[in-house]
Design a protein around this ligand. Sequence first.
Ligand code: GLN
Length: 245
Amino acid sequence: MELNICHLYPDILNLYGDRGNIITMKRRLEARGIGVHIDECSIGQPLDIDKYDIFFIGGGQDFEQEVLLRDLAAGKARDIRTAVEENKVFLAICGGYQMLGQYYKTWDGNQLDFIGAINIHTIGAKERMIGNYMYRLTPESSGSIVVGFENHSGKTYLGADVAPLGMVLKGYGNNGEDQTEGARYKNVFATYSHGSLLPKNPVLADFILQTALRYKYGSAEPLSPLDDEIENRAHDYMEERLRKG
Ligand code: GLN
């Protein structure tokens, strides 16, 4: 077995160690003897969606998001919409999450029309939502608790056909208003969590890998357990801190 991962815009969208998500997926696959191949695809490079099982998009500020609009419009937006509808697995963080949606109206009134692969939109607020936070994933995404770090001005609102990835226990999440955090649509996992997300949330990491293996190979054996003592300690330390604070 092997999985092919495409890291989209690694040179432009990469905040607060988002790349750590790629490293975690690679390590957790290799530890089980599953092959993994990672390609990077950035501005001006064609995207062959058929080659990949998982697509990763990191976060970026409003400026970086605007820089990518031309490249998306030249073909990648259409390719990404197709890959999402074909049930490919996506993990998208913060700015990358916003970009999968319909549009982002920045706090100073600039409207960025995005990919439209998932039915969400984002409205910028003057006050940023910043801090360590945590949420419980919905049962459809494992039900476990995720700890992370958020820093965004955009408030994201989910359309009727898009489920939240989880419900906020501490912090802001999608918009600081409706307790939702992130989005789950088909095999898209989208979230505001930097930090990075997967190293200290191993249950979610395996859930995403398992989803990709099931997609590719029909049914897949459950992943063999790994020694996650250090990962769980990092997770539990932050969970405890947030519960107390
Ligand atoms: N530009 C977006 C916002 O501020 C995303 C920022 C990020 O990826 N951290 O809402």
